[in-house]
Design a binder for this molecule. Structure first.
Ligand code: DLL
Length: 433
């Protein structure tokens, strides 16, 4: 049996958990109705009163929320607390380049940190450990999420952030790091770089990694475990709900326990929106029953996963979600950064070019790379090679600032991009994960 950070909850009986969930749902629905105009209107439209929600079973009667609702109410319109009660704001990019803004009260930060601390303990972490946080810090929730989780546990944080791989490796060696947290692709890259530098992973104390923010396969897990000589654990989360730590893997490594006392999960059919039974793949939906600032109700993640309540050998009773195997929309995740083809299109059109483009995503040396092939317009075609190269650089810089991730731009001759009579094939994803 594993250790738990919050044993009372993580090993709670189903009836105890249900009582907590019911009480929290009732409270949050009241909060949302009274303090968020958007929800008041939605409830009124369908004739639902907060008092109609009497237990967690009534959640199926509540309306859904989607990402567009956050955009429509940009930046703070869905918040249930006055602006001055927020202690933190994070954001993630969206289709039009407009960010999705999320906010946290002090209590929300505690909730989120509790989830992240549970994840670290489930990965075998203790307060004596050194945790190198190599997720990006900033508006992205990865860095600060794991940072606060590790501090809450009482472990020692090394806030490395991402990048500068040589220094990351130096710290792993010199600081005797026990646990590293980063995207799985970055973990692979660190492993490869260590190998190239002739560093034997068996000679450093590192014993576990907490990897998430993007999809990764069991094969990738095996590869990482072998290269870095560690145990590799999955962690799931999304900014709208909290950040990393919404769900996390334990020693069994067969799916992630969901912090269902804070984030109530459901699986629905993405077409009909009808709830699906455990063991069936469908769209993952969360209700934030433990948060104050952004009490999202039945938020559609677009991630496709399934839930299982089978007994887990780690002793935790919290429901488990499978690795999300895909998304019901077209979002690409490049090195942990969300990229929408429509953002790429937006930049191309802004620069006065035609939307004849194709995005090629590959995994080179275990890192995601993105190339955007864009057709030259006929009048640009006569430009000199120097002018064309300068244009590519200009678009690259524009893309980088809009997408938050580097994309190689390749200007191709007119009519080189295949046309389609049906849906255009905008993305060629060659990653085998
Ligand atoms: O990626 C939060 C996070 C940071 C999770 C660090 C884990 C570790 P967003 O940038 O809002 O938040 O992206 C959320 O990333 O809807 C999934 O599609 C994807 N995702 C997150 N974790 C996993 C995972 C963070 N373990 C979106 N496996 C989510 C597969 C994941 N996909």
């Amino acid at each position: 049996m594993d250790n738990c950070f919050n044993k009372d909850i993580e090993q709670a009986s189903p009836s105890y958990l249900k009582a907590i969930q019911s009480a929290r749902l009732i409270k949050m629905v009241k909060n949302a109705y009274e303090n968020v105009e958007f929800y008041k209107n939605k409830f009124d439209e369908i004739g639902l009163k907060p008092e109609d929600i009497k237990s967690i079973d009534d959640i199926v009667n509540l309306p859904f929320t989607v990402k567009q609702d956050l955009r429509d109410n940009y930046p703070f319109g869905l918040f249930a607390v006055p602006k001055e009660d927020l202690v933190r704001v994070h954001a993630s990019s969206g289709t039009t380049g407009k960010q999705t803004v999320v906010g946290y009260t002090q209590s929300d930060i505690e909730v989120w940190s509790d989830g992240a601390a549970r994840a670290i303990v489930a990965a075998g972490g203790t307060k004596s450990d050194y945790v190198q946080v190599s997720y990006g810090y900033g508006l992205f929730t990865g860095g600060l999420g794991l940072h606060y989780g590790a501090e809450k546990l009482g472990a020692t944080v090394v806030p490395a952030s991402s990048g500068n791989t040589g220094r990351q490796i130096q710290m792993l060696q010199d600081f005797d790091i026990d646990i590293i947290a980063c995207t799985p692709s970055y973990a692979m890259f660190i492993g490869e770089s260590m190998k190239e530098s002739g560093i034997d992973s068996k000679k450093i104390p590192l014993r576990a990694g907490i990897f998430g923010a993007e999809a990764w396969s069991e094969n990738m897990r095996k590869e990482i475990e072998k290269t870095l000589n560690i145990k590799a654990y999955d962690i799931y989360g999304l900014s709208e709900i909290a950040g990393p730590g919404v769900a996390y893997e334990c020693s069994e490594q067969t799916g992630m326990h969901v912090c269902e006392d804070y984030f109530y999960p459901e699986i629905v059919d993405p077409e009909t929106l009808q709830p699906l039974p455990d063991g069936t793949y469908g769209e993952l939906v969360f209700t934030c029953i433990g948060k104050e600032a952004l009490p999202l109700i039945r938020y559609r993640t677009r991630d496709i996963a399934m839930l299982t309540r089978k007994r887990c050998s780690c002793g935790r009773t919290l429901v488990k979600m499978s690795k999300p195997y895909g998304r019901s929309d077209d979002m690409l995740i490049i090195r942990g950064v969300n990229v929408f083809p429509s953002q790429v299109e937006h930049v191309i059109l802004e620069l006065g070019m035609q939307p004849n483009y194709q995005i090629i995503v590959e995994r080179v040396n275990n890192l995601d790379t993105m190339t955007v092939n864009i057709e030259l317009t006929e009048d640009m075609f006569s430009d000199s090679v120097r002018v064309i190269e300068a244009t590519e650089k200009k678009i690259e810089s524009e893309m980088q600032s809009t997408l938050g991730v580097y994309a190689k731009i390749h200007l191709v001759e007119p009519k080189m991009i295949p046309r389609s009579e049906g849906k255009a094939v905008r993305v060629i994803d060659k990653r085998k994960i």
